[in-house]
Ligand binder design. Structure first.
Ligand code: GUN
Length: 280
């Protein structure tokens, strides 16, 4: 049976429209500050989209573009000043940082209540102990997709392939909080195919094209592809062998047009939530 394709673009538009409507009822516009260091092209593209999303949602945005050699101290100074600004609710420092920067120190410097990325260890801890927190945008977007398409992780076998701090680990935590039975796989997992075949919900977040083939997917599974790779022709693709897996899955996300737009939408949701916490 051919899978239903999850339309991340349409769902993201719906989420952003909801944020825009709620922003109108606040006492002031939420504010998001985005910091980019160096000239990574992919990061520049992401940042431009974030600004566009803010404009669409009525969120005030401010951008700090630092040259690669600006240095840790200059970056920390900007973060410190943004932490103290009452009109800025969210602070996001685009990763990866150029070589020579201490990424951990940067993430630690951001006020946890302005950490709309959900990368600060305080928010990581809150997520894993079930306290209110900012969940990282990509896994939060996946949960939103599951909800929209009527997929309840409760009691289901959930397999996450990839253990990054940004996606794999928080994805596991969110599925666990939703009462899924969670397995997180990685490069040292013995017989990846065997573990993946158990999955009712399979989330691929590795960054390796076609690592998930049809023989690794159970008939009727929900398959979520978080990756953004490029094929030899430079075309965007995920981790999943899409045409073959789409014949077996019940629901599947495309790349592009799946998880990517939802990640962006969830940043808007988190910024709105931050503004509310700041008394808006
Ligand atoms: N680089 C790639 N994805 C992200 C993200 O979600 N947040 C930040 N800060 N950097 C990223």
């Amino acid at each position: 049976m051919a899978a239903t394709v999850i339309d991340g673009k349409a769902l993201a538009a719906k989420c952003k429209a909801r944020v825009a409507k709620e922003v109108e009822s606040l006492s002031r516009r939420p504010g998001l500050a985005v910091i980019i260091v160096g000239d990574n092209q992919a990061s520049r593209t992401y940042i431009n989209s974030k600004r566009k999303d803010c404009d669409e949602c009525g969120i005030y945005s401010e951008e700090y573009a630092l040259p690669a050699d600006a240095g840790q101290a200059a970056l920390m100074e900007i973060i410190e000043s943004l932490n103290g600004r009452p009109d800025i609710d969210g602070i996001l420092c685009q990763l990866p940082l150029p070589e020579g920067y201490d990424e951990e120190a940067v993430l630690l410097a951001i006020d946890p209540d302005k950490d709309v990325d959900g990368f600060h260890p305080i928010n990581v801890g809150r997520l894993s102990t079930g306290q209110p927190c900012f969940a990282p945008c990509t896994p939060a977007g996946v949960m939103e997709m599951l909800k929209e398409y009527g997929v309840d992780p409760k009691g289901k076998e959930c397999v996450v392939v990839g253990r990054s701090n940004i996606v794999g680990k928080p994805m596991g935590m969110l599925l666990l909080a939703a009462h899924g039975t969670v397995t997180i796989c990685h490069s040292r997992t013995k017989d990846l195919g065997e573990v993946c075949r158990r999955a009712d919900i399979l989330v691929a977040a590795v960054g390796k094209r076609n690592i998930i083939t049809a023989d690794m997917v159970k008939e009727g599974a929900v398959v979520i592809d978080v990756a953004m790779n490029r094929n030899e022709a430079g075309k965007l693709c995920g981790d999943v062998d899409y045409p073959a897996v789409a014949e077996k899955a019940s629901l599947i996300t495309p790349v592009p047009g799946g998880v990517g737009p939802m990640t962006r939408a969830m940043l808007m949701v988190n910024t709105l939530e931050a503004a509310r916490r700041h008394g808006c």
